[in-house]
Each structure stands twice: as C-alpha cells, then as structure tokens.
Design a binder for this molecule. Structure first.
Ligand code: PEP
Ligand code: MN
Length: 364
C-alpha cells in the first residue's frame, strides 16, 4: 500500500510538527460554529472540525444540524484559510459534504464497525480524491479498523490517516470514556505500513481534565497529530459538553504540549493537574476492583464453610503469588511492589473470611 503521509496531503499542513485538528463536537448554530472555528484557528489548529451529522446513542438527542451547517464550515474556511473536516456515515453525507467544499472527511467509530457502511462510503468516493481519516471502531478489533482503511484504499483513496479515539470496553470505563489501547494502535501500524495515527483525547478521556495526559501519551508513542474538541461555551454545548475546551484553554494546552510556551512550570501546571486527575481516577478504579474482589471472597468464605474446607491453603497461596509476580514482571513492575500488594490483599482476605465465618476446620 502506498499511503500518502499527512505532510504530503497538499493543504499547507505542517511538515515538522503534529497536525492539530480542532473545532466543536457539533455545529449547533452559525454563530457558535464560526466563533468556535475562529477560536480554534487562533489557538493553532491546522484543520477545523465540526460534526454535521451526529450518530447518537439515544433517539431524541441532538443528531446534528445536517446540511444546513455546511455553509457555516465553508464560511469558517474562507475566514481562516484553513481546510475543514466533517464526519460522514453514508454516501449521501459524502456527496453533500464534497458539494460544499469540505476538504477532509472522517469516518466515525460507529461507522467503522460496519463494513457495509464503510463500503458504501468507499464506493461514493471512487471518483474523488479527498483525504479520509478513519476512527477506530468502537470495539477493540484492529482487523476491522484495518479493513475499513483497505476498503478506502481499494477505492483509490491514498490520503488516509487513522484516528485513535479509544474503545468501548468495560475495563477502565470508570477512568476513561473510551479506554485507550495504545498497543492496538501500534498494531494497526504493522497491519497498514505507512499509516499515520492521530490521537483523539477528547473522546478517549471524555473529560477536559484528561486532555493533556492522553494527548501527551499519544504524541510520545509517535502519533502524528491530535483531534481536540473546542467550543466557545463548552458547558452549554449540545453534545459532549464535559470534554470540550474553550479556545483559550485549547491554546494553553497546545502551548504546553508542543513546547510553544517556555515559561517555567509550577505545581498548578496543566500537565501536573491532568496527570493527577488520571492517577486519581485510576486509583479509584483500583479500589472498585478491590471491592469486586471482596464480594467474591465472601462467596468463597461461605463455600469453604459449607464444605468444611480450611480458609488458608498453602498451595493455592504460593501459586497465586507466583502468577501475580510473573504477570507483574512481564509488565515491568517491581517485584517488591507486587509482592507487598498481594501479601496485603491475601492477609486481608484471610482475616475477612475468618470474620464472616463462624467455625473453621484445621488447616490443610
Ligand atoms: C466526533 O468526533 O464527534 C465523534 C462522534 O466521534 P466518535 O466517532 O469517535 O464517537
Ligand atoms: Mn464529540
């Protein structure tokens, strides 16, 4: 496959720094779209985004302004001189967006999961030469992601990039809106040599506090750019209010991420706040896991009591420690840390089982 690098897409895109795509989640009104796009341009975006057709989970949610919003994007493009991008989910969207001068299209996560829909889009693009960005499917299936890219390529599209927006998995859902899977993004690069990946920290984190740390991680592992949702009045946005940032906050975020601001960092820096928020949420998630574990310990305690099985079994304990240490080692964790944590968890589990059961047979 001969996929064109973003810097060669021919729209004056940066050659030596990450590509920044920014703008509101949705085009809501002409005023909001123009103001948010102007703000994003001022903050340093290279491409302006807005959702025109919005695939929403619940009927009755705002499903996008539709075609009416496309002239607003044309106006934003005229005013700022920047290319614009919108999401397309079917052939009609493709034709309508291209008829309104949209420069780059993107396929959303809910569309990438459906090969029929992706094929319909690819067919509609057959005689057009437009760059297309493909978001990962909502489920963590790298082949489905790669398959969508291959369908576009087969239709003659060569300016293609991928967007990592996180995956709808249960693990870590209480930390991230769509937990990131960095390894899977890197796997895509192996399946589609030459594909560049853009991070979407807005949909990954789902909260503006996490934008910095998720953006940084993506850039650190070699992502070629970022797509960030920005709105002039985020709290009152008609979609994705919690994750959008004002143009001023976007500028600060980009300054610190891209080292445009060389001022010394303080304890209150965005970076530190974002990392700490992520750590707070991860720790909360650890506690939730411990609670789930304790519920199972209760079942085990009852089972042991009913069947006259001793609470502590040395063989099981040794095997547990061995497997946990091995997993920890494989993931680069310090032996002492893993040992200490599981020792404490096990001791607590034993004393909890003793507390909730009345009689215990002698140790095996
Ligand atoms: C969006 O970018 O506004 C969007 C709907 O994203 P996703 O397809 O990642 O949910
Ligand atoms: Mn959104």
């Amino acid at each position: 496959m001969d996929i064109k690098q973003i810097k060669d897409w021919g729209m004056n895109l940066p050659t030596d720094q990450p590509l920044i795509i920014a703008g509101p989640c949705s085009a809501e009104t002409e005023e909001q779209t123009l103001a948010s796009c102007r703000g994003a341009a001022q903050a340093g975006a290279h491409v302006l985004r807005a959702g025109i057709w919005k695939p929403r989970t619940n009927p009755g949610s705002f499903e996008g302004i539709g075609e009416e919003g496309l002239p607003w994007m044309q106006q934003a493009k005229r005013e700022t001189g920047l290319p614009v991008t919108v999401e397309v989910a079917n052939a009609h969207h493709v034709r309508t967006a291209l008829a309104h001068g949209v420069d780059v299209l993107w396929i959303g996560a809910r569309t990438t999961v459906n090969p029929f829909a992706v094929q319909e889009i690819a067919d509609a693009l057959k005689y057009h030469d437009v760059p297309v960005m493909v978001k990962n499917p909502i489920n963590p299936d790298v082949k489905l992601w790669a398959g969508a890219i291959k369908r576009l390529y087969a239709a003659g599209i060569t300016r293609i990039a991928a967007i990592h927006r996180g995956f709808n998995t249960l693990a870590q859902k209480d930390v991230y809106r769509n937990p990131p899977h960095w390894g899977l993004a890197l796997e895509l690069k192996k399946l589609i040599p030459g594909i560049e990946i853009i991070g979407d920290p807005s949909h990954t984190g789902g909260k503006r506090e996490l934008l910095w740390s998720i953006s940084k991680k993506g850039l650190d592992i070699g992502f070629s750019g970022l797509m960030i949702e920005s709105h002039t009045d985020p709290d009152n946005a008609w979609s994705d209010a919690a994750q959008q940032v004002t143009p001023v906050d976007l500028a600060h975020l980009l300054d610190s991420l891209l080292n445009r601001d060389k001022a010394p960092k303080t304890d209150a820096s965005n970076e530190l706040k974002s990392w700490r928020t992520e750590i707070d949420l991860l720790d909360k998630s650890l506690i939730n896991i411990l609670t789930q574990r304790k519920e199972i310990v209760e079942q085990i305690a009852q089972f042991k009591q009913d069947n006259k099985i001793p609470i502590v079994q040395l063989g099981r304990w040794k095997e547990m420690m061995r497997t946990r240490m091995e997993t920890g080692q494989n993931q680069g964790l310090n032996d002492k840390l893993v040992e200490g944590i599981f020792d404490a968890i096990h001791q607590d589990s034993v004393s909890y089982q003793r507390e909730i059961t009345t009689s215990e047979p002698a140790e095996a």
